[in-house]
Write a protein of this length. Structure first.
Length: 233
């Protein structure tokens, strides 16, 4: 069965471009040009991926993404926007977007991001043929519950986005192992694009701000300069 992709974009030219390439991936494209009507269509159900613009009439992309994340089921969100500042990017990710693509974007990169998000969904749903990872990891006051996707630090709950949780879980499953930014892009984001290492930096900085007592001197996620990052000692 073809996947349904909800495209919420008020620029007709961009919406048509995205629609064409979504359909090239054997998906069904559903178009809306306002945030409020896009949210209404999402709530009708049957959507497998949302691609949305940041600046939308009716309801802006940040508010829309926040509303989508209130849904009990997980649906990946890819944000398209003409804004490219670090603040805008972080805000989009903080509201729950899984990925962020700045206009103008290449068709090949758009397709790669969509495929990566679908691979992630498939991996979450597929039964594993290898020994399952522990559902709960605890280390030095940090408690990560994979089944509930809940993280607490010294008993205090940390509100993580979906990607922040995936990043922390990946680190915690491999304590002491050093990962480069490109390796983290491959493992957590599902794609390998040079020039997007800043995405990893942004997420790690946000994650540290939520779980570290002193983000400037991190205890859980440590930096090895010129090499990468690791969890623990």
């Amino acid at each position: 069965m073809s996947r349904r992709v909800l495209i919420i974009e008020d620029n007709p030219g961009i919406a048509e471009l995205v629609r064409m390439h979504v359909e090239d991936l054997d998906c069904v494209a559903v178009l809306r040009d306002r945030g409020d009507t896009g949210l209404a269509r999402f709530r009708e159900g049957g959507i497998d991926l949302v691609i949305l613009d940041l600046m939308l009439p009716g309801l802006d992309g940040l508010a829309l993404c926040r509303e989508i994340r209130k849904d009990r089921g997980y649906v990946p969100v890819l944000m398209l926007t003409a804004k490219s500042s670090e603040l805008d990017r972080v805000l989009g990710l903080e509201m729950g977007a899984d990925d962020y693509l700045t206009k103008p974007f290449s068709v090949a990169e758009l397709a790669a991001r969509i495929k990566a998000l679908f691979r992630r969904v498939d991996a979450m749903a597929a039964p594993s043929s290898v020994e399952p990872a522990p559902a709960l990891i605890e280390w030095d006051g940090l408690r990560i519950d994979a089944e509930r996707r809940r993280v607490t630090v010294a008993g205090r709950e940390a509100e993580l986005t979906a990607r922040e949780f995936d990043l922390l879980w990946h680190f915690a499953r491999h304590p002491g192992r050093v990962f480069s930014r490109m390796q983290l892009l491959d493992a957590v984001w599902g794609y390998h694009h040079e020039g997007y290492e800043h995405t990893v930096n942004t997420h790690i900085n946000r994650l540290r701000g939520k779980i570290e007592q002193d983000p400037a001197n991190p205890h859980y996620i440590q930096t090895l300069w010129g090499v990468g990052y690791r969890f623990g000692n």
